[in-house]
Design a protein around this ligand. Sequence first.
Ligand code: GDP
Length: 295
Amino acid sequence: MFNNLSEKLDKALHTLKGHGKITEVNVAETLKEVRRALLDADVNFKIAKEFTKSVKEKALGQDVLTTLNPGQLMVKLVKDELTELMGGDTVGINLGGSPTVILMSGLQGSGKTTFSGKLANYLKTKKTKQVLLVGCDVYRPAAINQLRVVGEQIGVEVYAEEGNQNPVEISQNAIKHAKANGKNVVIIDTAGRLAVDEEMMTEIANIHKAVNPQETLFVVDSMTGQDAVNTAKAFNDILNFDGVVLTKLDGDTRGGAALSIKSVVDKPIKFIGTGEKMDAIDVFHPDRMADRILG
Ligand code: GDP
């Protein structure tokens, strides 16, 4: 797939051979292809435009390396710039605090509960942490049951209070429970709505204020494309979250949401979800995502 763009750029740059330097005309032509690749990957139009503009400035006057064909050189420039824009390196989560409190936010169906389980499993197996999962969806008993199933699957305790309608109280009680029972990480799975609404935002803002988490993660379905950006902005305005989790990257999405979200909220993408199973979790690698976006 990666070669595909490289080939197209080579074609657009065919006039370049023998010139030794990339000219403005060559660059304009090739960047059209790059912009198309970005739009195909569902990158926001404005961001794609800004991106190609900045690559253009970098590309002009570059010497064509003898070891690379011009298409490959352009792909490298574009890829490096994309990687840089998505944060350059992987960013871990803050495991300070005693216990570490991690708050999950996001819309219903984004993959919060599944990811809460995956993260619990990851911290338990990779970082030998004692984790407590907390069910805070007081509106949907099915959501708590789903979390219990997940907890059983990975051997992690789930804290919930049937009958208590106050998620702030449940979260605070859960942290007390964790302290009393030797747990050093508390992952709070919150209720999600199908769209951003004021009630939901107030509720999660109240939980956030009450538990003062070390890490607030925003979970988003990578298949939702442009909507993902608006949702990310709404949650970030309220929570000033620490990082993003991009789920469902095992689907056929090219993952342009990664670039769009990073550009709009300027928060690192920390993890990706790559399946429904509990081990389908990976830390986010900006360079791998750049390859995927370029197709
Ligand atoms: P929540 O409402 O935000 O808690 O979302 P859920 O965790 O219930 O996930 C919604 C659906 O997406 C479920 O059917 C999950 O199995 C599925 N899901 C979650 N993460 C992934 C993922 O990374 N890949 C795939 N293919 N499915 C996922």
